[in-house]
Structures are given as structure tokens and as C-alpha cells.
Design a protein around this ligand. Structure first.
Ligand code: UDP
Length: 372
């Protein structure tokens, strides 16, 4: 039997642990510095309202990969859930992502799909050939007015920098539609686990060959890593190397909690596009489980800021200076033979849950095949 250490009990670590444990050929220790499993996907019922709260902000599962969908569904029931986001700008409520309703409401029109397409095309900056920045991507595909209304202020608040400094890939996450489809995602499979994400991850880790230790920080060094044949590390890549090439930039988010009776905003997520509103969005968690009924409600304003040493890193900024530092760390990683770096923090990429699971499944399978 080989001995494996997994650092981090989020989706990456849990998928590796589960896949390796099922072979019956590994003893696996999973450590996590927090007092719960699940990483940033952790969910917990709020004792006062009984609402399932996504402790680190809302997570909606979506994928077009059938293998990933079947895999997660083997650990619990996912209920169908379509994320329909609203955005408030200058005292009006709009539909997000930008769709025909948003366009017609914003410009005071009654366009059909083709007219809207032509209208938006005429607004777009056709001189931009191959947009590299968030700003150029927006200007080319939705035009100045929609960009300034729905993306400029929100993005400045979210990322703490001008959108011209950010990569186009951030905006490419969002579709623009010329029909009334207001589903936030394009994926074939979309849902939320009935009993929350932590229950799914707990089930993945439920195996006699997996031992979980919480509130245990990975300090590196031979005392913690010796005795293991291999380590899967899912923590921040710069922390692994004691920040010797500098700290990578992350945005973190924090939440202001509110409670009231009944229904506060009538929707799971409402974005606040105006720059002068200090938060980016408000999420009301009982609307993520529409199959449940709760008389009370709990909701959170979400704020974004730079990540200090004690903050939880959320969003990798990937600015030019970060990418230079990342290269240095990646060079160090390439010299290590018994450590695999995977997941959002260890690879410093803006990944969704389905990406994480797909990559972890692939990584575990390759590792197993290499051993046999
Ligand atoms: N965004 C925006 N306005 C919105 C929603 C999103 O400007 O109303 C931008 C913002 O920069 C955000 C990015 O689009 O970081 C990606 O949005 P997404 O909803 O995917 O972000 P997440 O839910 O991962 O925070």
C-alpha cells in the first residue's frame, strides 16, 4: 500500500482521495487548515432559519461534461436549479446576463432578435480586432453604453482595478443573448445539491482508507511530508514555497449578514452595477433551494477587497506582475517529482467547480495508470 498526503479538503482534494481510495491500493491522509471540509464550497444550515448557507458565497453547479455530472450525482441528489440574476443600475432592475430583455429595457426598444443583434453590432467598436482586455472585449461585443452600465462599475468594485487592466477571459464567462433566455449559464447540466456541497464532499471522503485531519496546516518540510509516496497539494502555490518569489495577487470577498422575516429580495442573486453602491451583489440563500420553504430569511451583501495575509484568497488576479511571479513558482514545481499541484489555488487559475472536478479526475486517473 502506498501512502498519500492530500493538502486541502475542497473538491480537488476530495476527488483525488476518492478516486485513489477506490482502487484499494492507497492509504490517504487528507489535511485541511480550516475546521471543516469543502473548502470554499462549504455549506451549512443556519440554525436560526434552517436555510442552507453557502458559507463562502453562492455556488451553482453547471457543466456540459456528462462524466463530471454523473460523477457528482453519484454522491448525492442534485436538484435542478437555473440561476437567473438581476442587476440594478441607476434605480432600475435589469436582467443579467445581457439578453433581449436587458437590451430592450435599456434602450427603450421592442426589438426582435435580428434587430437587436444589428443594433448591438452598430454600438460595438469594430476597430477592435482581437480583444485582449476586459474593456476591449466589452466595447467590441456590447458597446460603450452597456459596458459602462453593467460591467464597468461592477468590475472595478470586484477587481479593484480598471477593466482595461484585466484579461478578456473574465468577461468571456458571461454570455450575451439575443433572445429572452436569462439563464446565467450555457451548460447542459445545472443544479444544486439537495443537502449542500459539504455533504457531497463528505461522501467522497467516506472511505476506510481515507483519514481526515482538520485544523491542520501544511507547513511543508520533511517532518510533515516524509513517509508519503506522493503529495497532492491544493493550497496556494506561493504559500508552498514560503512566498520566496513574492505573493500572487488575489481578490478576496467578505459578507455582511442580514436577517429578516419572509422574503427580502425575491431572487437568489441581485447584482449592483453602480460604482457608488459599495457592495457588488446581494445573495439570499433560501432562494438557492426553491424546493424548501422557510418563513425567515438570511441574506448577505458581498464586498470585494485586496487579500491581506490573513484573508482567504478567492479570485486570482493574474495581472502581468502576477504572471511573472507565477512563472518562477511553476519552474520550481517542475523540479518536484513527488508533489502534484492542482486546483484553483495551486495552479492560480479562475476555475469553476466543474473544471476542478474534471481536472482532478483526470489527474487521479493518470497517477493511477502511471503506478500500475
Ligand atoms: N460582471 C460584471 N457585471 C455583472 C456580472 C459580472 O461586470 O453584473 C463581470 C465581473 O468582472 C465578474 C465577471 O464579469 O468578475 C465574471 O462574472 P461571474 O458572475 O462569472 O463571477 P463570479 O460569480 O465567479 O464571481
Amino acid at each position: 500500500m502506498k501512502k498519500i498526503l492530500i493538502v486541502g479538503a475542497g473538491f480537488s482534494g476530495a476527488v483525488i482521495a476518492n478516486t485513489l481510495a477506490k482502487t484499494g491500493e492507497y492509504f490517504i491522509d487528507v489535511i485541511d487548515e480550516r475546521n471543516h471540509i469543502g473548502g470554499n464550497c462549504h455549506t451549512e444550515r443556519d440554525p436560526k432559519t434552517d436555510v442552507m448557507v453557502h458559507q463562502y458565497g453562492p455556488h451553482i453547479f453547471h457543466t456540459s461534461n456528462e462524466k463530471v455530472w454523473n460523477y457528482v450525482n453519484s454522491f448525492g441528489t442534485f436538484r435542478p436549479f437555473v440561476n437567473r440574476v438581476k442587476s440594478i443600475y441607476m434605480g432600475q432592475v435589469y436582467s443579467m446576463p445581457i439578453n433581449l430583455h436587458t437590451i430592450n429595457q435599456f434602450f427603450g426598444k421592442t426589438f426582435g432578435p435580428e434587430e437587436a443583434k444589428n443594433w448591438i453590432k452598430s454600438k460595438g467598436d469594430s476597430s477592435i480586432d482581437d480583444p485582449k482586455t476586459f474593456e476591449d472585449q466589452a466595447k467590441k461585443f456590447v458597446g460603450e453604453e452597456l459596458y459602462k452600465a453593467f460591467f464597468y462599475g461592477y468590475t472595478k468594485k470586484q477587481w479593484g482595478t480598471e477593466p482595461r487592466n484585466l484579461p478578456a477571459s473574465i468577461l468571456k464567462r458571461l454570455p450575451v443573448r439575443f433572445n429572452y433566455d436569462d439563464n446565467y449559464y450555457n451548460d447542459i447540466y445545472q443544479g444544486i445539491p439537495e443537502d449542500g456541497y459539504s455533504a457531497i464532499i463528505q461522501k467522497m471522503l467516506d472511505h476506510p482508507n481515507i483519514k481526515i485531519q482538520l485544523e491542520k496546516r501544511f507547513l511543508g518540510g520533511s517532518d510533515q511530508s516524509s513517509g508519503y509516496d506522493h503529495i497532492f497539494y491544493t493550497g496556494p502555490i506561493d504559500a508552498y514555497f514560503s512566498f520566496r518569489h513574492g505573493r500572487l495577487g488575489y481578490r478576496t470577498v467578505y459578507f455582511k449578514e442580514h436577517r429578516t422575516e419572509g422574503d427580502f429580495q425575491g431572487n437568489p442573486v441581485i447584482n449592483y452595477a453602480d460604482e457608488k453602491v459599495p457592495y457588488t451583489r446581494v445573495h439570499e440563500h433560501k432562494h438557492f433551494t426553491p424546493w424548501e420553504s422557510h418563513s425567515k430569511t438570511i441574506y448577505f451583501e458581498e464586498y470585494s477587497k485586496e487579500t491581506d495575509e490573513d484573508d482567504i484568497p478567492y479570485y486570482p488576479k493574474r495581472l502581468d506582475e502576477d504572471m511573472k511571479i507565477l512563472k518562477e513558482y511553476e519552474l520550481e514545481v517542475s523540479r518536484l517529482s513527488n508533489v502534484t499541484f492542482l486546483g484553483r489555488l495551486a495552479t492560480y487559475r479562475y476555475l469553476d467547480m466543474h473544471h476542478i472536478i474534471e481536472e482532478a479526475l483526470d489527474c487521479a486517473e493518470k497517477f493511477i495508470n502511471k503506478q500500475s
